[in-house]
Design a protein around this ligand. Structure first.
Ligand code: EPZ
Length: 418
């Protein structure tokens, strides 16, 4: 198992280029199942979850060619509509093939994803939506089977709670359903709008993506397209927080600042100064005294749960008491016990963490538990005195492309060890 060894306390200076968004790449790769023609996707990040999705598509019958910037995918025919447990257990976003498969070939068998470190993460809302579109859903031997021998028919689907991949799954299924589908209380994340942009290029008729109500006019077939996905707002946010603690200054390039409004707003309240040298660049510098601010994670456009762990690391360096409430997942504070080992002062009560700063962090041996918790530990390690060893960095490889290279290029002392 790979580890990172990080020597903290060094100023970071220079430019980090963000990659394409992992959480946009996963649904657009699944969307290639909706046509028998070639779909070319650019700015796809080379991270583990994407390689897993490519393997899954190949097992379903896709030709997948990767090139420097991304993938060319062609699913001439779905040879096997089954997403096996061996793949799904390593990446729950495999549930994104459920809607496209049942829409394309009337049949889908997807292993139930099973538990996840940050919460139970059921897919009941995906399944209820597919039933509304006319699929028969059954469960046996740990697999979900969706069956629609007569195809899918448009319907009104109301989510009683916002689900990002649920919205994406059903938008893809509805694109090949007969008639109109309306999704109410839809997720508004930029990745949903990016998927809708690709589906539109493939011939789908979709209105309202990015708002709470999405209208889809089904088509009998979709055609090939070329699409470059949006930049990764969570990767960008992660490096912005690292820059707020160590930047001398640090510039993040290739970002869409519109997607970072809630994070930038909260960081400003904490005393972070930003400058915007270009439309797609943000510069951030350490040095100002940071103030503790309270935070509650929300669905987009609120403060993203995927930035909670990284923000909590920053609050250990702020003067005062910060109350951080996680409202999306039931168990997303596993980074806290590792931060305590580094000298942070954090108390957990239910879904709220109280962070008292400013603490002087010192390097320690710590363990990554999930993708964003590991990003939090990297940030803490860059700030701490001395050396930190982070174990199980395969978690970080799921969603951050070449992170040690990007950080080394701006002066961090980070190396990967076996
Ligand atoms: C997406 O996960 C992201 N993953 C997650 O990013 C992100 O944290 C999450 O949205 C919230 O923003 C991808 O886009 C691939 P949800 P998703 O369905 O779609 C409950 C990362 O770090 N729920 O919006 O699985 C669920 O348990 C990952 O890149 C149901 O109860 O999240 C959760 O509490 C982590 N039933 C809440 O809704 C359902 O059928 C939000 O989940 C679906 C969800």
């Amino acid at each position: 198992m790979d580890k990172f060894a990080i020597e903290g306390g060094r100023p970071l200076e220079g430019v980090i280029q963000v990659s394409g968004a992992k959480n946009a790449a996963l649904p657009v790769l699944a969307a290639t199942l909706l046509t028998d023609q070639e779909v070319r996707l650019d700015r796809i990040p080379k991270v583990r979850d994407i390689r897993t999705m490519a393997r899954l598509l190949k097992s379903l019958g896709a030709d997948v060619a990767s090139n420097s910037g991304g993938y060319a995918v062609r699913v001439t025919e779905v040879t096997s509509p089954e997403a096996p447990y061996e793949l799904v257990k390593t990446m729950r976003a495999s549930s994104l093939v459920l809607g496209p498969l049942v829409a394309r070939c009337g049949e889908a068998r997807v292993s139930l994803p099973g538990g996840c470190a940050i919460g139970a993460r059921p897919i009941n809302l995906h399944l209820a939506g597919l039933e509304k579109l006319g699929a028969e859903i059954s469960q046996e031997h740990g697999y979900i089977r969706a069956h629609a021998p007569n195809g899918l028919a448009g319907a009104v689907i109301h989510f009683d709670r916002v689900t990002v991949t649920g919205t994406e799954d059903l938008m893809m299924a509805a694109a090949l359903a007969r008639g109109e589908t309306i999704i109410e209380n839809a997720a508004r994340e930029p990745e949903v709008a990016d998927l809708a942009a690709l589906l539109g290029k493939m011939g789908a008729a979709i209105d309202g993506a990015g708002t709470s109500t999405i209208r889809i006019q089904g088509r009998s077939r979709l055609h090939g397209a070329t699409h470059a996905i949006i930049p990764d707002r969570i990767e960008a946010g992660t490096f912005l927080i690292a820059g707020a603690l160590t930047g001398n200054p640090l510039t993040i390039a290739g970002v869409d600042t519109r997607h970072l409004a809630a994070l930038i707003d909260r960081m400003r309240q904490a005393g972070v100064d930003f400058s915007f040298p270009a439309e797609d660049r943000i510069e951030v510098r350490a040095g100002g005294r940071l103030r503790a601010v309270d935070l509650a994670t929300r669905e987009y456009p609120g403060f993203p749960t995927d930035m909670q762990a990284q923000f909590l690391a920053m609050m250990t360096q702020a003067e005062g008491e910060s109350h951080i409430t996680e409202t999306i997942f039931e168990n997303r504070f596993m980074h806290v016990s590792e931060l305590l080992r580094m000298g942070a002062d954090v108390v957990l009560e239910g879904n709220q963490a109280t962070v008292r700063g400013k603490s002087r962090l010192s390097g320690a041996k710590v363990m990554a538990s999930d993708l964003r918790a590991s990003a939090c530990l990297v940030i803490a390690a860059l700030t701490a005195r001395g050396e930190t060893i982070i174990d199980r960095v395969y978690h970080i490889d799921r969603g951050y492309e070449r992170i040690e290279e990007k950080l080394s290029n701006v002066g961090a002392r980070i190396r990967r060890t076996k």
